[in-house]
Design a protein around this ligand. Structure first.
Ligand SMILES: [Zn+2]
Length: 253
């Protein structure tokens, strides 16, 4: 894990970009665990620091995010300083993400699906996409850093996929997270300031059990679509490409 200090050079295979700390844990944490289990290098960029949340301070959430990243096997995680609850697709914000994309040079970027109840999530879909495009331009305006030439070297991710768990949309594909569902839950529950029982004594239910039931049920639903136990859904804008029809997964009848 890296702190705010200059991170060691790290090249990510998969970078998940999200509006809020704990978004990744809810929408694609199992996928990051699965990628890490395959030896791929994973990273998370949270765009806000959670200062607008009703529970917990930004500092508390930072410590929790670091703990969650450890549980997800993520090698790099940082948060930008975009305003929580008011994420906007501006050039300034795009350039902040470009800097990270050029530093980590991911092949795959995971963004939130572009239609969302929370405006920040929808904003990140467009903001992240445009940052990925901009990062590949050699004439992106403004020198980004004085100290790290790599951050000035263009890099465009090969693939962008959208984590669609929050959205009522049919996914393009499912990632089987069955072996990782408990660890994903542990990572989400690392956010004690958000999910620990804070109601007055005598509460009739345990929030963690509610969260567990809801998140496991969602994962079960998406898993069933693909014939596995637990899954996470994604949308890709591109069509698929197939070499061998006999190796296509997911049974038809
Ligand atoms: Zn969120």
């Amino acid at each position: 894990m890296t702190a705010a200090a200059v991170p060691e050079p790290f090249i990510a295979d998969v970078l998940a970009i999200a509006a809020h700390r704990d978004d990744v844990e809810q929408t694609c944490g199992g996928t990051l665990l699965r990628m890490a289990s395959r030896g791929l290098r994973t990273a998370i960029l949270d765009l806000t620091q959670g200062e607008a949340g009703t529970r917990g301070s930004a500092a508390e959430r930072a410590a929790e995010a670091e703990r969650a990243a450890d549980l997800l096997g993520v090698g790099w995680r940082q948060a930008l300083d975009l305003p929580d609850g008011a994420v906007e697709n501006t050039l300034e914000n795009r350039l902040k993400i470009v800097r990270v994309l050029r530093l980590l040079r991911p092949r795959v970027v995971i963004l939130p699906y572009w239609q969302a109840r929370h405006p920040d999530h929808a904003a990140v879909a467009a903001l992240g996409y445009e940052a990925c495009f901009l990062a590949g331009l050699s004439k992106t305006p403004g020198r980004l850093t004085e100290s790290n030439p790599a951050e000035d070297s263009p890099h465009r991710p090969f693939k962008i996929v959208y984590a669609s768990l929050y959205a009522d949309v049919r996914p393009s594909f499912i990632v089987d997270i069955t072996p990782f569902i408990e660890q994903r839950h542990n990572a989400l529950m690392a956010y004690r300031s958000q999910y620990a029982n804070q109601a007055a004594g005598g509460a009739l239910f345990v929030p963690e059990e509610e969260i567990r039931e809801r998140t496991f049920a969602e994962a079960r639903h998406y898993g069933l679509l693909a014939g596995v136990r637990y899954g996470e859904p994604f949308v890709q804008k591109e069509v698929g490409l197939v070499d061998d029809l006999t190796l296509l997964p997911v049974q038809s009848i």
